[in-house]
Every structure is written in C-alpha cells, then in structure tokens.
Design a binder for this molecule. Structure first.
Ligand SMILES: *Cc1c(COP(=O)(O)O)cnc(C)c1O
Length: 402
C-alpha cells in the first residue's frame, strides 16, 4: 500500500499486521510472526489479552469520556495502584510519554520558582530520548531527532550518561541554577545503555544534597519491563518524579507523571491539565494491565526469561564477528553490532518470522511481551542468529560481486 497522504515522518517496513494474539502477530497473507518488539515496549501483556478486550469493550459500552471537570473513579483507582507499587504520592495522567515528561519539566520549573531560581537548568544525559515535543526534544540527544528545530528551549545542560565526575563539576559550576536531573534509568532509544553500578544511587544522593528533583523517565523501563515494577527499584533508591507511558496502556494511549514529597504538592488547580488525560477508558485499561501483570506474575517472568534470553544470546552470539556487546536487564536487551546492517529487521521477519527492532542504526533491540516462555526465548535466539547469518552472507556476496 502506498502512503501518499501521510506525512513522511516514518519509514515503515513493507510489512503490516491484521491480527495479534499473545506473543504472535499475523500479516494479511496469514503468516505468523513472533513479536519481539511489542510495539516498542508497549504491548507488555501481549496482544488481544482476553481480560483487556473485555475491559475495553465493557467500558466502551458504559462511558468513554466526561472530562476532568468531574471526578473519575478509574483515575483515582489507577493513581492509588501506581502510588502503592512505586512509593510515589501523587499522579497526573496524560496521553503519551512526551506529555508525561512535559509534566515533569513543568514540575521542575515550579520547583525552581519556589526556590527563587530565575533561569533554571535541568541536567539531562547525552544519548537520551524523552520525546518529540519541543520541550522533551530539547532534553533529548542526537541530530536525527533535533535537526532543523533550532529554536529549542535552552534550559538544559547535558552530561555524559554514567559519568559522575562531570556531573559533580557541573554541580560546582552551575549548581545555583540547576533545579532537577531528568534521565532514563536505562537508555532505551539510545541503544539499551546501562549506567555503571552505583551511578543512580550517587545521582540520587547528589540531588538530595542539592535540593534538585531526581526525575526518572521510566516510560520504556517501567511497568515490569526490566524485571522490576520500575527499574529504580533495583537500585535501592526512590526518585522525586517518575514518568510512565508505553506499557501502562498496552496500546491504549496513556501517560503518567508521578511525584513524591514536595514535588507532589507543586501543582495547584489550573496550573496544568489535559482534556483526554485520565479518561475512564485509559485508566480502566491501566488498572487491568496491572491486574494481569500481578495475576500472571509477569514481573518475575520478565526477570527469569530476560536472564535466560541474555545468557542464551551471549552463548550463541558472544563470539560473532559482528557483535560488539550484548547487554540489558529483564526483557529489554540490546545487541550492539560493529556496523549497521541494512534491512536486518526485515530479513528477521521475512526469513525467520521473528520481529526485532534495530535502534540507532546498529543495535538490535529486543522488547518482547513479558509473557514469553522458554520455548519463545529459543525462537528469538534462533531468529536473531538466522537473520544475522543471512544478512552477513548477503552483504559478503554483494562485496564479492563488486
Ligand atoms: C518512547 C519514549 C518516550 C516518548 O513517548 P511518546 O509516547 O512517544 O511520547 C519518552 N521517553 C522514553 C524513555 C521513551 O522510551
């Protein structure tokens, strides 16, 4: 199908699906695929989960939207559940990850305002991704997403991810103007980058000492993905602000900004809002997603199958001449390649029937649903190995021909 009426923001593969169930997708021709992308860490409980299908259809027949002029029971319930799971105090609901991060950035501004900081700065990380609004884009890194938008708000100061020394020296040089640190606990779009052990804890301590808000973007890592409810829980810390989206709605748009302590008290009526945010459908879906994760013990499954997948990939590909590193946590795994390999995702789909993602040109990213079992782990390993072998031999054949 040609997409001539669509703006050219995407370069979709020549591949589309008409049906999904659990970990599987089917294309128009009826071919089955194992989904190791999950719509970029979104469909964490799998496609067409019967409990979600039921919740969505029942809620559609009852009530979709009334606005935040009125109380919304499902919104209250979801906020309470998320607060209980995370140790945060309060929640603001939006419709996407970028909006959740915009909310966090507005909290940082209010925090600065209360402290009398006139030109506040937010510390962000090199290689970060926080969204596509002008604000969140300014907090993100990389020419591909920023090129051409030169009128970006200049309220950010960028430091290398994982480098404590530079962070401390920034604190000395700009400390009076800094009001917050915004970062991903594990960088997702940046190629599944893990900080060195102890880094998050040290950032937490610094933020506390300096009265900066620690704002963790858990939009990709949250809701069970890394084998914890939230990635920060493995570090023995609690942030002041945390953002969620992707896996919380399993495909129904929802974003959430959670805050704790003073940060949870910064908004006042009228200081922020959203028409759709926190509507009964999205919040009921969020509650149902949490129910499913709890009942099917998917957080521990993500940890167990993630450990297995990482170990099996290391066994199978650790010595591969194209593989530089294999890393990840839970079911968020990256395989960094020496050089970009063209059409790798398409080759994996076409020849192996396994959907994989390639980010920043040369890192294979695996983000399967949290429901996968041991047999599916083997299918993913076989799919990645097969696709790499096919792509490498195609590239070599081409090189010989030239
Ligand atoms: C996907 C993502 C976002 C942006 O979410 P949208 O819903 O696309 O706006 C922000 N931060 C991180 C870490 C993400 O992975």
């Amino acid at each position: 199908m040609t997409a001539t009426c669509l703006m050219t923001t995407y370069q979709p593969l020549d591949l589309g699906f008409v049906k999904g169930l659990g970990t599987r997708l089917w294309d128009q021709g009826g071919r089955e695929y194992l989904d190791a992308v999950a719509g970029v860490a979104v469909t964490n409980v799998g496609h067409s989960h019967p409990r979600l299908v039921n919740a969505i259809s029942e809620q559609a027949g009852l009530l979709l939207h009334t606005s935040n002029l009125y109380t919304i029971d499902w919104q209250q319930r979801l906020a309470q559940r998320l607060a209980g799971l995370s140790g945060m105090d309060r929640v603001f609901f939006s419709n996407s990850g970028a909006e959740a991060n915009e909310t966090a950035l507005k909290l940082a501004r209010l925090h600065a305002w209360h402290r009398g900081i006139e030109q506040p700065l937010v510390v962000v990380m090199e290689n970060a991704f926080h969204g596509r609004t002008l604000g969140t884009l300014s907090a993100s890194d990389g020419p591909a997403v920023r090129l051409g938008y030169n009128a970006l708000p200049g309220d950010f100061i960028k430091v290398p991810f994982g480098d404590l020394q530079i962070l401390h020296s920034i604190a000395r040089s700009h400390g009076q103007r800094i009001c917050a640190v915004l970062m991903e606990p594990i960088q997702g779009e940046g190629g599944v980058q893990l900080p060195p052990p102890g880094y998050l804890k040290a950032v937490r301590d610094l933020c506390k000492r300096r009265s900066w808000l620690l704002m963790l973007d858990e939009i990709q890592t949250g809701v069970g993905r890394t084998g914890q409810w939230f990635a920060f829980q493995r570090e023995g810390i609690v942030p002041d602000v945390m953002t969620l989206a992707k896996g919380l709605g399993n495909g129904i748009p929802i974003g959430a900004c959670l805050a704790r302590g003073k940060a949870a008290q910064l908004f006042t009526p009228g200081s922020h809002g959203s028409t759709f945010g926190g509507n009964p459908l999205a919040c009921r879906v969020g509650c149902t997603v949490l129910d499913i994760i709890e009942e099917q013990a998917l957080v521990s499954n993500a940890r167990r199958q993630g450990d297995r997948l990482l170990a099996r990939l290391q066994e199978a590909l650790g010595q591969h001449r194209q593989v530089v590193a294999i890393r990840g946590r839970g079911l968020m795994i990256g395989i960094e390649l020496k050089e970009p390999i063209r059409d790798l995702a398409l080759i994996a789909a076409r020849e192996q029937g396994v959907l994989i993602n390639v980010t920043r040109g040369k890192t294979i990213r695996l983000l399967p649903p949290l429901t996968i079992d041991a047999a599916e782990v083997e299918m993913i390993v076989a799919g990645v190995c097969g696709a790499l072998a096919a792509a490498c031999s195609a590239a070599e054949a081409k090189a010989v021909a030239v």
